[in-house]
Structure formats: structure tokens, C-alpha cells
Design a protein around this ligand. Structure first.
Ligand code: CP
Ligand code: NVA
Length: 309
């Protein structure tokens, strides 16, 4: 098992399914009012270069519910690369605490922190990937059907969220369609890695330029913001490029039985209409809820790799 949780592509299908099973168990326990103290006395540092509601609250609440606690680090306090190097930050944190969750712009930075730290590092979103979101989404899908029987169709920008979704599908052998403008396809390294993993798992990953043909017969239609954090200056241009990719009544009519997904935060009437987001096929709050349980399973797994039994 890898020391860190930087990308689902580093974990085997068996390991990811083990995390899913534990996340399901933790959700049942949580709903029954039980809080297993599996990380009693352990400390998680959380480093945020970008804003967050879900990741911040679910990691901080999650570690507390497991008996540990969290410290929030701001980039202006720590000054990685200005006040001191990533190497020294990683080595110092390893002396005092048991895990680090980092949300950074550069994916290379979480990789550097993980390489130098003796403690596990969890990717809480980078410009390239959002693996914790993918695990919560897997749990959401698994509550409705066997993920390997599902057809998931992502519509919109080829960003960090869909990159992790594609890699998850590739590890687990799932069917995933991706509809983006040709100018905003997921990066080619994701295609390459997914093809490599898919050759073993039997995953079917396909790209479409036309969202209407992509969603036909889908069980899940997933979208995300057209403008990710750090791309705000491109927002106006992006609204034009992605306009044909809005998830709305007309598009969903092509897959009337599909469940609708969004990792949030959402921009109603941009990537998805309010009517669809708030409608009875929407899974958005279940996805958000599952962030808590999926991440508690990840925290346990990396902070107590010897097991919790
Ligand atoms: N989906 C997600 O990661 O939300 P936050 O940006 O609020 O953490
Ligand atoms: N793609 C979005 C996800 C936010 C959770 C972003 O990176 O801003």
C-alpha cells in the first residue's frame, strides 16, 4: 500500500475497494451515532493554498470524530519556497505530527512534500487531481448500483475532478464517457495512464465532443465548474466555450433516468441549471456527505497502515 494518497492511480483496485467498504461502514456507524476512536491522539496538519468548504470541514471534523485533531496551516504563515523549502517543511512536520493534507496549486508540490515527509500526505486537490472527491463519488455511485455496471458521463471542462474520475474508472474497470470541447480535453498524461490501467482492469473510457451523444443511456451525468480556482481571469471566455455543455433539461432529456452529480461549489445557470441541481435526480448533497466518510477511511488507512481492528 502506498504511504500517501496523492492519486487513485497509485492504489490498486483491491485497495480502493477496501477504502470504499470501510467508508460505507464508517457512514453506517456515524448515522448510528458511533464514533470509533481509531486515530486517538493523532494530529493532521491541513495546508490550504486555495479556498475550501467541504474539504476543510470534512477533514477537520473527520479526524476529530476519529479521536484525533487537526491544525490548519496557511501559506502566508508557512511560506513554502519563500520562508523555507518544501524539504524542510516536510521534515519538520514529520517530527511532530502524523499526517498532512494539502490543497495546492502545483501538483508537484504535494509530490515533493510526500517524497520528503516520513508521514503520509493526502492530496486535498491540486491543479491536476482531486482524488478524495473521486472516492466520495465512488461511494455515492456504489449506493445506487455496482460501479462496474454503471455508465458515468462527465460533461464540461477537462479538469482536476474529471481527471481523478477517469483514473478511478481506469483502476476499477468502470465505464466512463467524457464530453468536453476539443480545446479543453483532459490532459494527455491522463489518457495515457488511463489506457495503461484500463488494459488491465477492462475499463472503457471514451471521449466525445458532442455532449448529447455522450449522455445517451448514461446512469450518471457529472459536471463541475467551467472555471477552476486559479483560472478566474479566463471566466468570461470559458462561459462562451462551455455554453453548449450546460447540464440542463434539454440535455438530461437524452438520459431521463440519469442521476446528476456535481462536486460543488456549483454555479447555478452556468455549468448546470438550478432546476437540475436542485431536482429529485440530484446527488450533490450525498456526494458532499460522503466526503466525510470516504476521507475518514483514507485517514485511517494512511495514518494507521497496520490496520484498525
Ligand atoms: N468539492 C470540494 O472539494 O469542495 P471544496 O472546494 O469546498 O473543498
Ligand atoms: N475544479 C474545481 C473543483 C473545486 C472543488 C477547482 O479546481 O476549482
Amino acid at each position: 500500500m502506498p504511504k500517501d494518497f496523492l492519486t487513485v492511480a497509485d492504489w490498486s483496485a483491491e485497495e480502493l475497494l477496501g477504502l470504499l467498504a470501510r467508508a460505507q461502514e464508517l457512514r453506517s456507524l456515524h448515522r448510528a451515532g458511533q464514533r470509533p476512536q481509531t486515530l486517538q491522539g493523532r494530529t493532521l496538519a491541513m495546508y490550504f493554498e486555495k479556498p475550501s468548504l467541504r474539504t476543510h470541514v470534512t477533514f477537520e471534523a473527520g479526524i476529530a470524530q476519529l479521536g484525533g485533531h487537526a491544525i490548519v496551516l496557511r501559506p502566508d504563515q508557512v511560506g513554502i519556497g519563500t520562508r523555507e523549502s518544501a524539504l524542510d517543511v516536510a521534515l519538520n512536520l514529520s517530527l511532530w505530527i502524523d499526517g498532512l493534507m494539502a490543497r495546492t496549486f502545483s501538483h508537484e508540490l504535494v509530490e515533493q512534500l510526500a517524497e520528503h515527509a516520513a508521514i503520509p500526505v493526502i492530496n486535498g486537490l491540486t491543479d491536476r487531481l482531486h482524488p478524495c472527491q473521486a472516492m466520495a463519488d465512488l461511494q455515492t455511485i456504489a449506493n445506487l448500483m455496482n460501479p462496474r455496471d454503471a455508465t458515468i458521463c462527465y460533461v464540461g471542462d477537462g479538469n482536476n475532478v474529471v481527471s481523478s474520475l477517469i483514473l478511478l474508472a481506469a483502476v476499477l474497470g468502470m465505464r466512463c464517457r467524457v464530453a468536453t470541447p476539443s480545446s479543453h480535453r483532459p490532459p494527455s498524461w491522463v489518457d495515457k495512464k488511463a489506457a495503461e490501467l484500463g488494459a488491465v482492469s477492462g475499463a472503457e473510457i471514451s471521449w466525445f465532443e458532442d455532449p448529447e451523444s455522450a449522455v445517451e443511456g448514461a446512469d450518471f451525468i457529472y459536471t463541475d465548474t467551467w472555471t477552476s480556482m486559479g483560472q478566474e481571469e479566463e471566466a468570461e471566455e470559458r462561459r462562451k466555450v462551455f455554453a453548449p455543455y450546460q447540464v440542463n433539461r434539454r440535455l438530461v432529456a437524452r438520459a431521463p433516468k440519469a442521476w446528476l452529480m456535481h462536486c460543488l461549489p456549483a454555479h447555478r445557470e452556468e455549468e448546470i441549471t438550478g432546476e437540475m441541481l436542485d431536482g429529485d435526480r440530484s446527488l450533490i448533497y450525498e456526494q458532499a456527505e460522503n466526503r466525510l466518510h470516504a476521507q475518514k477511511a483514507i485517514l485511517e488507512r494512511v495514518m494507521r497502515p497496520e490496520g484498525v481492528e
